[in-house]
Design a protein around this ligand. Structure first.
Ligand SMILES: [Zn+2]
Length: 355
């Protein structure tokens, strides 16, 4: 996990504001060509479709219909009905008061919202029903915002590799409307939009990510948010039973089939590594690790001096030699620029190679 806030704090709020401004225009824009529909389902099995001129009207309208449709039904809502209605009104008040607060919340407010949502869901099944009802309009709003804004947000953020795994880049290739290949960014909702519908449109709930993490994570909730912090622990080579190997044991590995990757960090970090499957994925890079081990065995003071002699005037310092042999962008401030930077740095530290 790479910390986005640490690297991009100077311009995150500006991008968030641009996201908010564009959303406002989009949602309040009247359209004569397209009507926004919301279908209300009733307890007796019938349904009715309502048409709205703007996306905002649709969101507000569907919320009003949810409130109107709250008829006590002993078979489902039971005795919690009064409590449920109170909670529901409280939530919808947020939506009615200012829908834009959802878009511009900072990551701490996003976290508070998610915690509140979790607590409310514990209280009543009705509340869960309400979040389900909010899901559709908010997902639709996100879809429109995504189409209009995602390229700008992605370019401005300039986060090259996936902050979750640092294994792959954050862009992929998708066909455009003409069916031509088109580079397209991938965004993960840190708090899944299916479970936290109002956070579907929050800028600080969007994490540029790789396809693998975005889809592998699914509806699971991670403990570490890259807008807040990155992993403090490190990946390491372990034995079959998960115990970290010492320098000699690592350098004695001759066959990449004997390489296993583990993670040494806090309980929350280890849980996130498990959810994202990072230890398993990194173990699949055993050929890359074996190459590091072979290079460490070959790389000593004599070979470093040999490099300085061979490249007279180009590599003069140990730092320059380090960058040449092990690659650039391994330091914390640059790790997001290249895939596997943190992993490479962690393994090099395990075998005693320091910049
Ligand atoms: Zn990833």
């Amino acid at each position: 996990m790479i910390n986005i806030q640490y690297l991009h704090s100077h311009h995150l709020d500006g991008i968030c504001q641009a996201w908010k401004d564009a959303a406002k225009v989009l949602v309040e824009k009247k359209t004569t060509t397209k009507k926004y529909a919301y279908t209300q389902k009733y307890a007796d099995g019938t349904s009715q479709t309502f048409l709205y001129d703007t996306l905002k009207d649709k969101i507000y309208g569907s919320c009003e219909l949810i409130l109107e449709g709250l008829i006590p039904d002993d078979t489902f809502f039971d005795t919690n009905f009064e409590v449920s209605c109170g909670l529901l009104k409280e939530e919808l008040d947020f939506v009615f008061t200012d829908i834009w607060t959802y878009v511009g919340k900072d990551w701490l407010q996003v976290k508070e919202d998610a915690d509140r949502c979790d607590n409310n869901k514990k209280d009543t099944c009705l509340y869960f029903y309400v979040y389900n009802a909010l899901k559709e309009p908010f997902e639709e709003l996100y879809k429109y915002m995504q189409e209009l804004m995602q390229d700008m947000v992605f370019t401005e953020l300039n986060i090259r590799t996936c902050p979750y795994c640092n294994r792959q880049y954050t862009f992929t290739l998708k066909p455009n409307k003409k069916g031509e290949p088109h580079t397209s960014p991938e965004f993960d909702h840190f708090y899944p939009k299916s479970l936290y519908p109002t956070l579907a449109i929050s800028f600080y709930n969007l994490v540029p990510s790789c396809h693998c993490c975005n889809h592998g994570k699914g509806q699971k909730r991670l403990h570490i948010n890259p807008y807040e912090k990155g992993f403090q622990g490190d990946f390491c080579i372990v034995n079959k039973d998960g115990y970290r190997l010492n320098i000699k044991e690592v350098l004695d590995i001759k066959d990449e089939k004997d390489i296993y990757v583990g993670y040494n960090g806090t309980l929350d970090e280890r849980e996130d590594v498990r959810i994202l499957g990072l230890d398993q994925l990194y173990t699949m890079h055993s050929d890359y690790i074996q190459e590091i081990i072979d290079n460490v065995n070959d790389y000593n003071e004599a070979s470093a001096n040999g490099l300085i002699d061979s490249f007279q005037g180009i590599y003069n310092t140990p730092q320059q030699i380090y960058d040449f042999v092990w690659g650039r962008h391994l330091e914390l401030a640059e790790q997001e620029l290249r895939p596997l930077s943190k992993f490479t740095k962690d393994i090099l530290e395990q075998v005693g190679v320091k910049r």
